[in-house]
Design a binder for this molecule. Sequence first.
Ligand code: TXA
Ligand code: MG
Length: 336
Amino acid sequence: MKTKIIKINPQKIQPLKIKEAVKVIKKGGLIAFPTETVYGLGADVFNPYAVVKIFEVKARPLNDPLIVHIADKQDLFKVAKKINRPAWKLIKKFWPGPLTLILEKSSSIPDIVTSGLETVALRMPAHPVALSLIREAKTPLAAPSANLFGRPSPTTCEHVLEDLKNKIDLAIDAGKTEVGVESTILDLTQKPFSILRLGGVSLEELKRIIPEISLYNKGKVIAPGMFRRHYSPQAKLIVVEKGKDQVEKVKKLASKFLKEGKKVGIMAKEENKLQYKNFEIKILGEENDFRTCANNLFSLLREFDKEKFEVIIAEAIEEKGLGRAIMERLRKAQGI
Ligand code: TXA
Ligand code: MG
């Protein structure tokens, strides 16, 4: 199969291009499309033959359920059986946006989408292309991130093509995504309400609306898909924790691997870049500019791989707000 690529300017969406994408969905095909977090790989949620292809092309285990994407609140009941009060409050505050809610599923959702669970993950993405696609298709889209299973999520269409070229029918290129990490996943089907994956909406923001929300096991994540090693670059990644001697530790580790003849890269904060003059570095962003850091994270991991680095030494950043989601992904990439 040859993947067709369509460029769409999100500020000036041409209806004909969306129509072309909708045709593919109606025929049971797969398309990569932009959301505000990362690119998704979408299929008609009500077509199990299309959905199963998502698992096939990503090489994703069937026991790792998908997120269902809607464009309008009236579509909620096509997907979920019950919407409780906390869900309404959160929807009002954060949708469209990077928050996925786990709710009881409607019986019309095929089992393949939820891996047989009685619950469904649901979100409304804040991206004009995603929204217009879902509206025109007149069906919610089941969509995981558009990467091969275990690889860093794609924040550009080029990333998607690196992993899935000629395995999917169509890819929409609308430039770099805005948030750069995936949505936050919150389980509202069991008390205490808990975060299964940190992402674009922070724990602090959620607690302002529902104070009793908790982080399971202090940040250890339990969504079925959150396997230990995930978001991985091919290189060995080592996180160096924050502290007075962080730079010294990074240098020591980098030197050790260099001596062993390895190609070593440092993922550094802007503030520390001058300290690593004799090393190869890539800059994540300023420590307190979490948005920039989130936006750069997956691209940098893919760049390190492309340039055949064997070891990445990454400086830890502060674990608050979006910083917590970034650190969660770095730790996962480390395989611990
Ligand atoms: O930002 C995002 O969420 C992106 C964009 C494309 O929307 N999507 C995304 O999907 O990251 P994916 O498939 O890569 O991650 C979805 C996660 C998986 O870890 C999966 O296990 C979990 O959501 N999940 C899906 N349904 C669930 C359910 N019913 N209960 C618990 N976890 C669920
Ligand atoms: Mg994913």
